[in-house]
Each structure stands twice: as C-alpha cells, then as structure tokens.
Design a protein around this ligand. Structure first.
Ligand code: PHE
Length: 337
C-alpha cells in the first residue's frame, strides 16, 4: 500500500472528527494493537530482504507523523470543548430550520399564462408602472376630455401632472410600437393602479396581462383563434367562449370575452350569477388612431390587442371568493398554492 495515500486517508478521517471519543476510535483504527500501523509492521518480515529497510523506515516516519497529528487534534478538541463549556453554548440544541418560500399564486398564474402565449410565438415584455399621461391615455386614443378617462383616472404623481401610476398595461402597446416595426407579438404582465374602493372584488392595485399582435392581414378571426387556444390551455379543453360587443377607445371593433362557467359548466350557479358565463378579458382590433399615434400605416397593418385581470383569472381558476386574500400575506392561504 502507498504510504502517502495512507497518510492522506488518515488526515481525511481526522478532519471529520468532532469529539474526543471519535478521535479515540480513529486512533484505535490506525495506531491500536490490531490497527493499520501494526499490520504494516508485521508485514515487514514477509518482504524481500532489500525492501525491508526502506519500508520499515517509511512505516516509522508515518507512525511518528500520526502520533503528531493525533496529539494536535486532541489539543484543538480539548480547547474547543472548554470554550464551549465556558460559553454555555448548547450545541445539542436543534437548529433553526430555514423555511423555503414558494412562488406567489399570482406570479404562478402570470407565468402559466405567459408560457401559453410564449409557445404561440409571443414574446414577454414589461413596461414601467409610472407612466406618462400620453402613453396611458392620449396615445391610446383617449384624448383629454374623453369620458372614458373617468373609469381609469388614476393616481397622478404630485408636481408631475404628466406622470401617473398606469391604470392598465395598454400603454406598453404605445411604447413598443413607437420603437419597433411590425410584425410583432407580445404579452405584457404587470401591475396597474386604479382609484377603486377596496372590497371582495376590487383593489387599488392589481395585475394585468396585455397581449397584442400586429402584422399585415391580421383579422378578428386570428384574435378569436389565439384566445380560444389560451382559454383551453388555462381552463381546460371543454371550455366554451363568447364574444360580446363592447367599447374601448383603443380598439375597434371591441369585445368583452366570456368563458363558460368553470364551476357549473354553463348551467348557472352563484359564481357566474346564474348566467353560465364568466367575463375574463377585453379585446379588439387595434384602432387606426392608435396606429396613427405611433406612426404605423393603418392601410398596411392591422392587429389585435387584449387585456385580462390576473387576479380575476386566478380567483376563477382556484375558486377564491375574495381578492384581498392574495395580498394579506396570510401563510395559511398562500401555502395552498
Ligand atoms: N386596457 C383595457 C382595460 O384595462 C383592456 C383591454 C386591453 C381592452 C386591450 C382591449 C384591448 O380594461
């Protein structure tokens, strides 16, 4: 056996020793009467005569080295234990378990939805929560005196009347289209703010996912196909969809999109208000005035956009009846996801 590797092995054993008792066990293993060293010594007579001298010497050096190592180790162990005794430190006390957190249910739903769109070729982008009044309204065909500003009108930054907390993720449409040319397909998750009174279905802050696609020859049927794929992926194969005419200043035509109630499958229950349908998003074909604002030729390009509330979708998906639960940091609630 190679003497050097034996020493390395013993040093390894010693490094793992944390008590005087364990040290004694290692000592017996190597230096005991039936230990490795005495085994090596008793093998000497069996060697060829010319090898005996050098080997014997090597074993001797190893033995001395070991005695030294053990003595050193014993010293450190003893000083350590006396320090421990003096400090009253209880090394037998169980440690504090570091609990590992997990992804918040809202983030989980955002990730899931973005992944579905990503697979269909949409890239995921984000925009700032502090927006310009222009991107949030004017660029989206909501001029200063437009009545639809009312529902959206939001938190303006003091002394910066042109800056506000965005009331929807649609301003990211303006940002992207001002800097990139079609074809483009994006989804935009993020926080939005509205001056709503807080109740079981309203918060002053919530999350939306915006989606938009612009190219030549994009039709309303493309929007329908994409949204249907999305709904089936997120809510299940047998979900049905319904498009109702609606109004948004930045899309024309505009729709609100319902899915068949996932609780009662369309028969009518308390969740869907006996209607059998649940509203999940707003959508439409991007208004030519928006294209004009961003400098796209609306005789060449067409596109669609949609926007959905993440909390609402999470509530439907998991059967949650109070939006406030998401943001109270109650672990009994959060641990369920
Ligand atoms: N921005 C709209 C809202 O917050 C949703 C929407 C987005 C509607 C895109 C149509 C197209 O209500």
């Amino acid at each position: 056996m190679d003497i050097n590797s034996i020493q390395a092995q013993i040093e390894g054993d010693l490094a793992g020793v944390v008590s005087v008792q364990a040290l004694e066990e290692v000592r017996i293993k190597y230096l005991g009467r039936k230990g490795l060293i005495s085994e090596l010594t008793s093998s000497i007579p069996g060697l060829a005569v010319e090898q005996r001298g050098t080997f014997g010497q090597q074993v001797n050096t190893l033995k001395n080295k070991l005695l030294e190592l053990f003595e050193e180790k014993e010293k450190t162990l003893k000083t350590k234990s006396s320090v421990l005794k003096k400090s009253n430190l209880d090394i037998g006390m169980p440690g504090i378990v570091q609990e590992l957190g997990h992804i918040h249910p809202i983030t989980q739903v955002i990730d899931e939805i973005c992944t579905v769109f990503n697979r269909m070729g949409f890239s995921v982008v984000q925009g700032p929560e502090v927006e310009t009044e222009y991107n949030n309204f004017t660029g989206l065909n909501i001029p200063l005196e437009h009545p639809s500003r009312d529902a959206f009108d939001t938190f303006y930054l003091k002394d910066y009347s042109k800056l506000l907390l965005r009331s929807h993720t649609s301003p990211v449409q303006v940002r992207v289209m001002k800097t990139q040319k079609p074809p483009l397909a994006m989804v935009v998750p993020g926080r939005v703010y509205r001056p709503d009174a807080v109740d079981a279905s309203h918060l002053f802050m919530f999350h939306q996912i915006e989606g938009f696609l612009v190219d030549e020859n994009i039709r309303f049927s493309d929007l329908k196909g994409i949204l249907e794929l999305f709904a089936k992926n997120v809510f299940g194969r047998d979900i049905r969809m319904r498009f109702r005419p609606h109004f948004f200043p930045f899309t024309e035509p505009s729709v609100e999109v319902d899915i068949s109630c996932i609780i009662c499958k369309g028969r009518g229950c308390s969740v869907c208000g006996r209607k059998g349908w649940l509203e999940i998003l707003g959508a439409g074909m991007i208004h030519p005035n928006v294209f004009k604002q961003v400098g796209y030729a609306s005789d060449i390009y067409t596109g669609f956009a949609f926007g959905m509330g993440v909390e609402r979708i999470a509530m439907l998906k998991y059967g949650i009846n109070d939006i406030r639960l998401f943001f109270e940091n109650d672990l009994r609630f959060l641990r369920q996801f």
